[in-house]
Design a protein around this ligand. Sequence first.
Ligand code: SF4
Length: 305
Amino acid sequence: MGVKKKVLFHEEYKLSLEKPLTGQEINDILKNIKMGTREWAAREINCIKGCKNYCLYCYAKGMAKHFNRCFEDTWKEMEVNWKAVNKGYRKSQKKVSQAHDIMFPTSHDIFLEEPYFSACITVLKKILNEGNTVLITLKPQLEVVKKLSTIFDNFKQKITFRFTIGSINSEVLKLFELNAPSFEERLESLKYATHHGFHTTVSIEPLLDFTPNELIKKISPHLSPLNYEKDHGTIWIGLLKKQYIPKSLRIRKLKEYLEKITPKLKFEHVYQYYKEFYNNPTIKWKESILKMMIKNNIKVKGMLY
Ligand code: SF4
């Protein structure tokens, strides 16, 4: 016998829908929600296999392990994909809803070490020279941002930097993103790129603090001017997906922190800051939070239901 899906409805919440959706309506809406990098760009390009940052929750690592392309401990050993570096790239012709033509990179970062840095520069030059708009997504090292800003000074209008900053606390970042830069270095990178006239945005995904409030306060003054449609000056918030963190690594301090953060991933907690920032024009919600709100019959801006 089939189990009837429970549809949640919280009348006591201010942002509840006036008329709750049926289970079928919820499923239909969820089916059409874009996920992951598709929320941001029409196409993704990478030119390195593996990523030295070694974030424990990394989805790209999870996929590479699933398809036997790496092991947990070999993910941080990087290798240039010369085929991706040497091929040609065209201007994307597709009519799409995303604000950016291409997101680069999505399954690695940009590092100063060679041959990785030159490989990334070669690919970026090729895609920018064809007229694509590019969302450059980094856990930014300041020196990398400085170099990119100099090399691509003439492409400012085509580039948007998206810096991932999931916590104001460098110790928390270190627990989850073993070799990535500190909070302070990421904030300096944001200031630098904005000050040098680039479009900048921040991804708070995964959110590693209990709420995004302090982080939003610290980064907001340093974003480029807001253009919601073009996705400039925005802040995206998404939840930690614990399933990609190997169980064998959930020990000591990480285990303790996961125990503390797990209740903060529940609807009742997330709703509190969702409500607080509902009318904030810079905030965009990632699919993990949108789905949670829809399943709980909470309003989502721009969604007709
Ligand atoms: S920076 Fe991105 S690609 Fe690299 S390990 Fe972290 S999540 Fe994965």
